[in-house]
Write a protein that binds this ligand. Structure first.
Ligand code: AMP
Ligand code: ZN
Length: 284
């Protein structure tokens, strides 16, 4: 496919997802969670192009050169497009970076590194976005991520973990929760990479150096090696979306009431939220 044709198809595919799933309207105040990677940079670029006037939020995890390059890249990108960039530094907040935080947590809990990092990032994203008066948080999750997530949750035998999947979060409604949306939901990772390269975005294409030895890596490899990988990923996600409303209804009826964490006052299902439980040594 010619580049211009590919670019046009790619961009209209994302505009269609936004429209079909009512992800955004012009009244929304939007912030894109930017890692400095190809996915979030692509979605930031397109929301800017579509006229949604997005802000960007970068969490500086302080992972040495990796974080530094990502930070410089996203600063440059936002500077060139005139996008307001907010930076939250773990080191400023807690006096250390994510690697030390994870090592302390892992000395007590047998948890995968990416799960710990995800809990901390989501907590920061929600809190910062709310403080800035944002109505939607955008992430760069794509079709590959989502197909892997659906399968991982099946494999773990925990269906409840899938309730927050889908192009728009929707299980918990609370004035302190900012809705998260995924405009790249139906886009293959390899197409996003191609688009990002065609547009010459200043991004690193290497994967996070900490993401090792996870289910996700095995699944990515299996799905990528299958014939008809594109169709298989689409089928996994589309069938999951058919079940999701029923799953949400079923599990919500047995939901315990939402509370506020007694430590940080963020919304939580328990007295102490996951972030405060894991970070007890840093926040108590
Ligand atoms: P990951 O959890 O690393 O697969 O990233 C999933 C999405 O989370 C990315 O597409 C970004 O939207 C967001 N994200 C990841 N890392 C960061 C970060 N350091 N700062 C802000 N957002 C991030
Ligand atoms: Zn808390």
């Amino acid at each position: 496919m010619k580049s211009e044709h590919f670019i046009r198809n790619f961009e209209s595919g994302i505009a269609e997802t936004i429209k079909k799933y009512k992800l955004l309207d012009k009244k929304d105040k939007v912030i894109v969670a930017c890692s400095g990677g190809k996915d979030s940079t692509t979605v930031l670029y397109l929301l800017h192009k579509f006229g949604f006037k997005p802000h960007a939020l970068f969490i500086d995890l302080d992972m040495g050169k990796w974080s530094e390059i990502n930070k410089q890249n996203i600063k440059k990108f936002c500077g060139e497009l005139g996008i307001k960039l907010h930076i939250v530094s773990l080191k400023k907040q807690y006096g250390c970076g994510i690697c030390y935080i994870k090592s302390v947590i892992r000395s007590k809990y047998n948890l995968n590194q990416c799960i710990i990092c995800g809990i901390i990032k989501r907590w920061i994203l929600n809190r910062e976005s709310r403080k800035l008066g944002m109505t939607k948080i955008v992430t760069g999750h794509n079709l590959d991520d989502e197909a892997q997530n659906v399968l991982m949750n099946w494999m773990k035998g925990n269906m409840k973990l899938s309730l927050n999947l889908g192009p728009k979060t929707g299980t918990i409604e609370d004035k302190k929760f900012v809705t998260r949306i995924k405009p790249l939901y139906f886009m293959l990772e390899k197409d996003i990479k191609k688009y990002s390269k065609l547009r010459n975005f200043p991004v690193q294409y290497k994967r996070c150096p900490c993401a090792i030895g996870t289910y996700r890596i095995d699944l990515r490899q299996i799905l990528d090696e299958m014939k008809n990988g594109r169709k298989i990923k689409q089928n996994i996600v589309e069938n999951f979306l058919k079940m999701l409303p029923k799953m949400r209804k079923y599990f919500n009826s047995e939901n315990s009431a939402l509370k506020y964490c007694t430590v940080c006052e963020e919304p939580s299902r328990n007295d102490i939220c996951n972030r405060c439980k894991l970070m007890e040594k840093f926040v108590h």
